[in-house]
Design a protein around this ligand. Structure first.
Ligand code: ARG
Length: 566
């Protein structure tokens, strides 16, 4: 929460800077001794041609009408430090933070954001990379929804392309309905491998595969019905993973959805004189923009991944009128999206510049983690989640055998641990998998935060009676550094959500909720909650109630649930 009256005060004393610039510069100091807010004067030194400390002193002298909630203003080197009257600050923050709508905003009202995420490739396993896009995309969906945006969740399945021709050939030659039904994706992947082995010896198989895909494109009934079946088989498995994660979509519109729209793309590009023939293929030359050409039609006349992405952009713009369309994929697709976005822009769409955004993320490194693999050493996301759940279950059975609903708790905590581990660092960084680390309830982990939540619930269950009506609470009781630090953390929540959305960065929320949990546990070690004195009990209980609410809300923005006991 930025203090508007401090910004106004500074604004009236610094004509060289706008209110917005001042807001951007105003800091919350790392240590409470340095004040509640600090304004650095380095930036002004260039404009005013004076040393920053002298500028700070001059600005301070100019401030005469000091708002009543400010206790003191001190100049410390190049900084102007503001000290607030603690009881007023606490009251202010608690009054906002107790509301169930705390952190909600209407900044997104009337705006739509499309998020294209997860999007696995049909007939291939849902692996750890797709786990990341699913987790990040889902968190962005929650964050934008909290800010009042309408969000369209789109699963752009990789369900079209020549690989399906190969799969049909393999299925017809070496597959059987029973085995596919029984083994699902695992069998489809095996068939794909068999095709490639056989095609090395019998290259004519490649022509056969092309012919089958061509049949699909022409709408051949047999070809389409086999393909559809492969899609369904795959979706059954993907849905199991989505259910474990609690992730859903508004649209399962994969690449095949756009197959009849690619002609229109070619027509638009032709009309705009952007297509060049290149050895029988059609490309858009992007040399001027330092990129290799964007291939649109292959020399066999078929469209490709990029063509369908261009078609999808027009479809989404027309259908959802998005203000932004976000694409969550690995970094290796950076060039692909730069090319696709450029082509759309070159077709006379200025909006493409700001509203199409690629959101890359780092790799998953398995380090020394022992993860169960299936045939061909393939790691399934589903297996990882189940492994986490089982490991948590073992811990519960050992440490807390009386706990009711063990399976539910193990699911929420196990899946939560995997999600938290994924979202705890900036998304562009690689994620490593270390079971002991990511499940450790004393580490910087999901279980630690969930445990803090359960602790809040248990404290509140054990207090006989308390009243957290903030207007009745005597905030002058809350003075110790641990309590003040916790209250200040409460105050940051709305800005944190806003910043996470602006930077497409869920880690800003996971770091924040970790701060809240740490601050709470320090507060709890130093303060008894269930004390005789009613006023003190109410004041402290209100901090427990708000901590509990904020942890629950912040975790839900990450796609993680909470448990009352663990
Ligand atoms: N199916 C692709 C893959 O697994 C991701 C699709 C991302 N979305 C898009 N519109 N291209 O790599």
């Amino acid at each position: 929460m930025k203090d508007i009256s401090i910004i106004k005060l500074l604004e009236s004393s610094i004509p060289e800077l706008s209110g917005e610039e001042i807001e951007g510069l105003l800091e919350i100091p790392p240590k409470p001794e340095m004040g509640d807010y600090a304004f650095p004067c380095f930036r002004l030194a260039k404009v005013l041609r004076k040393a920053p400390p002298a500028i700070a002193a001059e600005i301070k002298d100019k401030m005469t009408e000091i708002p009543p909630h400010i206790d003191e203003i001190k100049v410390e080197g190049a900084y102007i430090n503001f000290y607030l009257k603690k009881d007023l600050m606490v009251k202010d923050i608690l009054t906002s933070a107790i509301s169930p709508d705390y952190g909600k905003s209407d900044e997104g009202e009337g705006k739509t954001i499309c998020i294209d995420y997860s999007s696995p490739n049909v007939a291939k396993n849902f692996h750890v990379g797709h786990l990341r896009t699913t987790i990040i995309g889902n968190s962005l969906y929650k964050i934008y929804t909290r800010l009042g945006y309408n969000v369209e969740r789109i699963n752009h399945l990789g369900d079209w392309g020549t690989q399906f021709g190969k799969l049909i050939v393999a299925y017809k030659n070496w597959g059987s309905e029973e085995v596919v039904k029984e083994k699902g994706i695992e069998e489809l992947m095996r068939l794909y491998v068999v095709f490639h082995k056989e095609a090395e010896k019998h290259p004519e198989l490649e022509d056969e595969a092309r012919a089958w895909f061509h049949k699909m494109e022409l709408g051949d009934e047999e070809a389409l019905s086999i393909w559809k079946w492969f899609v369904e088989i795959s979706l059954i498995e993907y849905r199991r993973t989505y259910n474990l994660l609690g992730v859903d979509f508004d649209h399962f519109t994969g690449e095949s959805f756009y197959r009849d729209m690619t002609d229109d793309v070619v027509k638009r590009l032709t009309d705009a004189n952007l297509l060049t023939d290149s050895e029988g293929a059609k490309i858009v030359d992007l040399e001027e923009y330092d990129m290799p050409p964007c291939l649109v039609i292959k020399n066999d006349g078929s469209s490709i991944y990029a063509t369908r992405d261009i078609a999808a952009i027009f479809y989404r713009k027309n259908t959802y009128n998005f203000s932004k369309c976000l694409y969550v994929t690995g970094q290796e697709q950076k060039l692909h999206f730069s090319q696709v976005f450029k082509v759309v822009e070159l077709l006379g769409n200025e909006w493409a510049k700001d509203s199409l955004v690629h959101i890359p993320y780092g790799l998953v490194s398995l380090g020394g983690a022992k993860l169960s693999t299936r045939e061909g050493n393939v790691i399934y996301a589903e297996d990882i989640l189940n492994e986490a759940i089982n490991k948590i279950k073992e811990i519960i059975v050992e440490k807390n055998p009386e706990l009711p609903d063990k399976d539910e708790v193990a699911k929420t905590v196990g899946v939560g641990a995997v999600i938290f581990n994924d979202l705890y660092n900036q998304r562009i960084k690689d994620v490593s998998f270390n079971w002991d680390k990511l499940l450790n309830p004393d580490g910087e982990t999901g279980p630690y935060v969930q445990y803090t939540y359960a602790r809040c619930s248990s404290i509140l269950r054990n207090i006989e009676d308390y009243n957290v009506n903030i207007s009745d609470i005597d905030c002058s009781i809350i003075t110790d550094p641990a309590s003040i630090a916790l209250v200040k953390d409460f105050g940051r929540f709305p800005d944190v959500i806003h910043e996470a959305a602006e930077k497409y960065e869920p880690s800003i929320i996971s770091r924040y909720v970790m701060d809240v949990a740490h601050s709470f546990n320090k507060f709890y070690t130093e303060n008894h909650i269930n004390v005789e004195d009613t006023a003190t009990r109410n004041a402290r209980a209100s901090l427990v109630v708000i901590t509990r609410n904020i942890i629950r809300e912040a975790l839900s923005l990450l796609g993680i649930g909470v448990v009352e006991k663990m």
